[in-house]
Design a protein around this ligand. Structure first.
Ligand SMILES: Cc1cc2nc3c(=O)[nH]c(=O)nc-3n(C[C@H](O)[C@H](O)[C@H](O)COP(=O)(O)O)c2cc1C
Length: 183
C-alpha cells in the first residue's frame, strides 16, 4: 500500500498549534502513508482576473491536490469559523470553473484551538463547504483539539497521550475510507 496525502494547515503563524497538529499527524501516519504538508502561504488572494494566466503558486497547489489520494485540512477557529487562508486554498483548488481538483477526494477535518470548544464552529462551517466541493469527508471519528497550548512541548512535539490516541483512531478510520475510495 502506498498512499499520498496532501495536508493543509489553516494557520500561517510561525508557532501555530494547528501546524504542530498537522506535523503530529504526519509523524503518526501508518506505514505506507506519506503526508506532504502543502505551503499555502504564498497563494495570492483569489481574484478571477488571474484565471486567464494562473500564477505558479496556484498551479503548484493544483498539482499537490491532483497527485494526492486524500487530503487533511486542519483549521484554527476565527470568530467561530474556519480560516481565510484555508478558504483561499479551497477556492483556488476549485477553479477555473468546471475543474474542481478536490472532487471525490477523501478528506479528514481537524479543529484546533488553545481554548475550550475544540474549534467546533470552524469544523462545522468547513464541512459544509466540503460537501459542495464533492469531497468525501471522514464522518467519524470527529477530531477537535482543545487546550492545544498544553499539548506540545517547546520543540512542537506532541506530548499528550490522549491526543495521540485520538490521532491514531482518525488514522485507522481514514485509512479505511481511502482504501474503499480507491477500490
Ligand atoms: C481573528 C481571530 C479570531 C479568533 N476567534 C476564535 C474563536 O472563535 N474560537 C477560538 O477558539 N479561538 C479564536 N481565536 C484564537 C485562536 O484560537 C488562537 O489565536 C490560535 O492560536 C490560532 O491558531 P494557531 O495557533 O494555529 O495559529 C481567534 C483568533 C483570532 C486572531
Amino acid at each position: 500500500m502506498s498512499i499520498k496525502i496532501a495536508a493543509f494547515s489553516g494557520s500561517l503563524r510561525k508557532d501555530s498549534y494547528t501546524t504542530k497538529l498537522v506535523k503530529a499527524f504526519q509523524h503518526l501516519a501508518p506505514e505506507g502513508i506519506a503526508v506532504e504538508i502543502v505551503d499555502i502561504s504564498q497563494l495570492p488572494l483569489l481574484n478571477q482576473d488571474l484565471e486567464t494566466d494562473l500564477p505558479q503558486q496556484v498551479k503548484d497547489l493544483h498539482s499537490s491536490v491532483e497527485n494526492a489520494d486524500a487530503i487533511i485540512l486542519a483549521t484554527p477557529e476565527y470568530n467561530r469559523s474556519y480560516s481565510p487562508v484555508l478558504k483561499n486554498a479551497l477556492d483556488w483548488g476549485s477553479r477555473p470553473q468546471g475543474q474542481n481538483k478536490w472532487d471525490k477526494k477523501p478528506v479528514a477535518v481537524l479543529g484546533c484551538t488553545p481554548y475550550n470548544l475544540g474549534a467546533f464552529g470552524a469544523v462545522n462551517h468547513l464541512r459544509q463547504v466540503l460537501v459542495y466541493l464533492n469531497m468525501q469527508p471522514l464522518q467519524q471519528p470527529e477530531f477537535y483539539l482543545a487546550g492545544a497550548a498544553e499539548k506540545f512541548d517547546e520543540q512542537g512535539n506532541l506530548t499528550d497521550e490522549q491526543t495521540r490516541k485520538m490521532i491514531t483512531a482518525v488514522w485507522t478510520s481514514f485509512t479505511e475510507l481511502i482504501s474503499k475510495s480507491n477500490s
